[in-house]
Design a protein around this ligand. Structure first.
Ligand SMILES: O=C(O)c1cc(=O)[nH]c(=O)n1[C@@H]1O[C@H](COP(=O)(O)O)[C@@H](O)[C@H]1O
Length: 309
């Protein structure tokens, strides 16, 4: 899957991910009204609105982008109907040949991680049969429990040719509270980065490992150091747009080959129609605003990368 991701990034010239984080208050009123008319103001109605919203955004942007990242919390809040909308979204994006990064941020004791891995990127045995539950291409993993919490995900990746993005330095304001603590004189995120590089060594695709890392766009200096520590890891970079990250902050997340990083924007793309910049497009044409936001994001990152060449 890492080879498919790099190939698609090369083809689209777009090292970006559209984050499908559909909160109800980002979903235009006409979509909500239609869903509520069909299913009532129920969890089913919310899930239907989420699905229709996602579908419109994917239809409007899929030819420009290599990947999407549905964030499972946004679906789980609507219970079982929400999870069904998550699965429908995963399947639809795969039909459109997009790489799907399930943002699930799991990680537990070994036996529990094995079940998470089976359900999201692997298969589960039922009697004599095997089933792929959610079947994303990559998932995000929290490494806080250590190697035995991560290894079951790696084992499934090896078997199924899938991939991981492991949290190394997150984009949020308090990420330093634990992640920046010095351990033997070195920040914890550097030690986690070294571990990601080590885990990734025996998981190589053609040029990159399928064991990647998450490093927030909001910490560009740390990104520069982590790029050197994990040269073969693809870095998923959230924090662009709504959290303040810009193209110029991202240049050191990339390698000399112009690859190695994939930048996520969720609210900045899916709720673009609410931004002043795209206001003239109007709520009825919200997906066109998302397309424009994707084009602008690609141009911003491309311009920043060209400026440092
Ligand atoms: O793993 C992630 O994707 C992630 C890690 C991180 O450090 N920061 C972060 O914002 N994210 C996710 O990236 C998305 C960011 O959303 P926006 O701020 O709307 O672009 C959300 O789905 C977050 O859960």
């Amino acid at each position: 899957m890492i080879n498919k991701l790099t190939e698609k990034i090369r083809k689209t010239h777009a090292p970006i991910v559209v984050g499908l984080d559909p909160m109800l208050n980002y979903i235009p009123k006409h979509i909500q009204d239609a869903a509520f008319k069909e299913c009532g103001e129920t969890l089913e109605g919310a899930a239907e609105a989420v699905w229709q919203f996602n579908k419109a955004i994917v239809d409007a942007t899929h030819d420009l982008i290599p990947a999407v990242k549905p964030q499972i919390a946004m679906y789980e809040q609507f219970g079982i109907p929400g999870l069904m909308a998550f699965k429908k979204t995963v399947d639809y994006c795969k039909e459109k040949d997009l790489v799907v990064i399930g943002d699930i941020k799991r990680g537990d004791i070994g036996s529990t991680s094995a079940a998470y891995a089976a359900g999201h990127i692997g298969r589960v045995q039922v009697g004599s049969k095997e089933y792929a539950g959610f079947d994303e291409d990559f998932v995000t993993v929290n490494p806080y429990l250590g190697s035995d919490g991560v290894n079951p995900f790696i084992d499934v990746c090896k078997k199924e040719k899938k991939g991981l993005f492991i949290l190394v330095k997150t984009s949020n304001p308090s990420s330093g509270e634990f992640q920046d603590q010095l351990v033997n004189g070195r920040p914890l995120y550097e030690l986690v980065g070294e571990k990601v590089a080590e885990w990734g060594q025996e998981c190589m695709g053609d040029s990159y490992s399928y064991i990647g890392a998450v490093v927030g766009a909001t910490y560009p200096e740390m990104g520069k150091i982590l790029r050197r520590i994990m040269p073969k890891a693809y870095i998923l970079v959230p924090g662009y747009g709504a959290q303040g990250g810009q193209g110029k902050d991202l240049v050191h997340f990339f390698n000399e080959d112009g690859l190695g990083a994939i930048v996520n924007s969720s609210r900045g793309i899916i709720a673009a129609y609410k931004q002043e910049k795209y206001a003239e497009i109007g709520e009825a044409n919200f997906a066109d605003a998302s397309r424009r936001a994707v084009e602008d994001m690609i141009a911003d990152i491309d311009g920043a990368l060209k400026a440092v060449k």
